[in-house]
Design a protein around this ligand. Structure first.
Ligand code: PTJ
Length: 260
């Protein structure tokens, strides 16, 4: 991380990448974690590396769903732990929601325990998902093993940063899934009850703030959670991206500057 000077125009992004790389070496992040991160970076460029305007409302809606849940659970994989450990722990105590380690790659008790220990070292009091014994019906991947006290019994599961087979299985099982995925067209994003198309490093603190602000406002909570429509939310994000790209293209094609 020492290689990145403070005045580098992309210092923050390079530091995040360095964290992922450092923890890939320790095994906390999966071998393919840096690829997933790079995919996220590419989509982040498309939205301008800021929370898209329509996603602020989606974040409020997600906060309402989490506050109204009876047994909300936050699922944590390697990339999420490394990028937002403290923020996800703060969110879990604000809601409150249980934290459960759930990984796809190299699922062994030792990787689960490594992520759980990492979260505890950052202040988590309890972490579920180490050597889980329950199964998500009709899900054959490693993500299918879940904690009896956690995802198994949950009514709402927050799934940051994952593209895969689990969301659909959880939905079919009768659970609500809120995903955080920069790719609005990923399977997880499309299948979830509500996707937050934003970088997890921005979305989680905004979600925590929304949880704090909305708590106790029963009318608003009911109105927000009744109004969930993931297709409409995804459509608004796609419109946001296309408007942004069209406007950039327009500015660039209208410029009178001559090529170097
Ligand atoms: O720790 P494990 O074993 O559970 O593995 C975790 C990864 C992320 C490696 C695994 O779930 C995976 O391979 O995911 P995918 O299929 O690459 O999907 C990750 C999705 O998250 C992609 O749609 C990315 O665009 C998106 N993404 C990546 N980084 C971020 C992100 N979304 C939000 N914030 C990010 N920082």
């Amino acid at each position: 991380m020492g290689d990145v000077p403070d005045d580098h125009p992309r210092a923050q992004s390079l530091r995040m990448r360095a964290r992922i790389e450092e923890h890939r070496a320790t095994g906390l992040v999966a071998e393919t974690g840096p690829i997933a991160h790079g995919r996220g970076e590419a989509f982040d460029y498309l939205i301008g590396e800021r929370t898209p305007d329509p996603v602020f409302e989606d974040i409020e809606t997600a906060a309402a769903i989490l506050l109204e849940a009876e047994r909300p659970v936050i699922s944590v994989n390697g990339n999420t732990a490394v990028l937002v450990a403290e923020e996800i722990i703060a969110l879990s105590s604000s809601i409150p929601a249980a934290l459960e380690v759930n990984v796809f790659y190299g699922r062994t008790q030792s990787r689960e325990a490594q992520i759980a220990d990492f979260l505890r070292s950052k202040g988590a009091l309890a972490v579920l998902g180490v050597d889980p014994q329950a199964k998500v019906p009709h899900l054959t991947s490693a993500r299918g093993m879940v904690d009896r006290e956690g995802i198994y019994a949950a009514d709402v599961v927050l799934v940051p940063l994952e593209d895969g087979d689990r969301t659909q299985a959880l939905i079919k099982w009768g659970k609500k899934v809120i995903s955080i995925d920069l790719n609005p067209l990923s399977r997880t994003a499309l299948d979830s009850t509500l996707n937050l198309c934003d970088n997890v490093v921005r979305a989680v603190p905004l979600l925590e703030k929304a949880v704090r602000e909305l708590r106790g406002d029963e009318d608003r909570l009911r109105r927000l959670s009744k109004n969930v429509n993931n297709r409409r939310s995804t459509g608004r994000v796609l419109e946001f991206i296309s408007t942004r790209l069209n406007s950039l293209a327009h500015d660039m094609t209208q410029t009178n500057e001559s090529p170097m």
